[in-house]
Design a protein around this ligand. Sequence first.
Ligand code: IVH
Length: 693
Amino acid sequence: MKAVLDRITELRKKLNYHNYKYYIENSPEISDYDYDVLLRELQELERANPEYDDPNSPTRRVGSDLTKEFRTVRHRFPMLSLSNTYSLEEMHEFCERVRKEAGEVEYVCELKFDGTAISLTYENGRLVQAVTRGDGVAGDDVTANVRTIRSIPLELMGDDYPAFFEIRGEIIMPHASFERLNAEREENGEQPFANPRNAAAGTLKQQNSAVVARRGLDSFLYFVVGENLPYTSHWESVNKAREWGFKISNHMELCRGVECIDNYIRRVDALRHELPYDTDGVVIKVNDYAVQRQLGSTAKAPRWAVAYKFKAEQALTRLNSVDFQVGRTGAITPVANLDPVQLAGTTVKRASLHNADQIALLDIRLRDMVYVEKGGEIIPKITGVDLSQRPADSVPLEYIKTCPECGTPLVRYEGEAKHYCPNQGHCPPQIIGRINHYIGRRAMDIDGLGEETVALLYEEHLIGNIADLYDLKRGAIARLPRLGEKSADNIIQSIERSKEVPFHRVLFALGIRFVGETTAKYLAAHFRSLDAIRNASKEELMEADEIGGKIADSIIDYFADGENLAIIERLRDAGIRLEAEQREFASDQLEGMTFVISGTFKRHSRDELKGLIESHGGKNLAAVSSKTDFLLAGDNMGPAKLAKATKLGVTIIGEEQFETMIADGGDKILTDENSDDENLTNGQNNPKQGSLF
Ligand code: IVH
């Protein structure tokens, strides 16, 4: 048994090291695949030897789907806030106060990350607790969620860290993760997060840490806290922390005098838009611990540090009109039409007004001069009204009561901020939106059709729902303006090809509310056919992985609608795959990998192995060449093949190793393009961190 424990320890060490190389230093030494092989070996060993369980094992990064209540934990040292300054003058006043009390001192200038604060406790080099700021005195214990964040070390490197200390910093959501998450949410008919800060905070409070693991959170640490720390300055302590494996920003600078600080602020302000995450200012901290102690703190904030906040980029312009857009799910979004105005390098003509509550809250009226801001949000938003310029005769803006497209009275569901048009079956933008969703690349991939053509076909009454696509006639399409015989052929062919699309994508393509790509895969893997899903009760639906009550209710509503059932029958008649193929889709784990099989095997026939490779997204090749990634070698393999593979640097694997490659990964995550990949590989979403200066 000692050998097993030794191997487990070795694998954990190796994985922690490679994790650090990838997530902190951005210089991986091994491929994602090699990382995965190590991870899987460890998962196997841990599963077989539960007595060696360790909550800090790198395998725990995938999270667990057990839900949990958060425990409230008192902070050992209060989590203070920072006093804000909004101009260089105010910041100079801060420096002057420090100078009066402590003389000329050294400052550390750093970025002010726009995320959510966290305090991490390490005992003997191991992460033991992660707590949110809460009210500053006590916060929520979010340790299980924080363990899934790859840039947070579970075990420290080196041996000169204090036996017990806290380190504080910010959990952030990089832009890439934020955009991916919001696209997914919109696709599922869920409310997108307003900005990366809200998304990071919301994710950290998720009950299911497997969800956290998928969302691509990141961290920056900026404050080492403890009693009798063996350091004399902030700079020294955070640089030590970097050596222990923490992600410490490279954009920190030591400064003496306000000029140096001014310069730092100017440089960051100019360049911060190029960073792959949000910052909302800089933080200026007295470096020396002795001076920090001398200056002390108020109940709210230290006297030795100050934040300089960047002004949110804002412009004032006239609101001319408001459009109400109807989305695929019937959600209404009010959009402001503005006099064009320059803002943060782009011309803004339209801005989101979010919903009726927001309009009422800001008392926005037509012809008002409004403030438009581009904060963390991608779409500019209206944040206020210049009342001094309000026309005397203006009246409050009335929110629409009926759908602007079909006239149906709008509804507002409990707990939702948006209004909805409930006329799913006959409201044109909802119909067109659903058809566009159906033909999308990740759904049925009908690439001969585009949004404009769909609109045209709809206007010409050639299609009114997704099933009508399969009744389209070449001649009717060719007669339409801007189309013609060639486009018609193209369209018909790509519609025809959609009959080969596997079931899980058909399920996604149907556009059932809350059934996004990942959910569709879980459902398809569990139920294997549309009929089985349709006949399942709410409880049965919820037995499938990742399916909660909200999704189950939505599925039941979908199948309760006779029009949907009629469409499904027509899809069935057209030959669309409404059942999972025997071999269809087990996972994407071998996506992009090529294999040559050679020799005989103990547990599988060669045909079985070929089938497994395909069903996990890999490709079979007949002969070894430079295009081969793996030679799956059995007994009695020809020596020539082996020699060629060795010469070309092809990785040679046996049956058991192959099985590990396609194993379920222990936490039953089905892969779903890059988002879910993060669970099992060391991911690709880590923004590269370059130095600003
Ligand atoms: S130091 C006692 N440094 O800003 C000093 N805070 O507005 C504690 N923040 O609660 C904070 N970047 O969540 C510090 N480089 C940085 C920061 C930073 C972002 C956040 C932090 C704090 C808030 C105060």
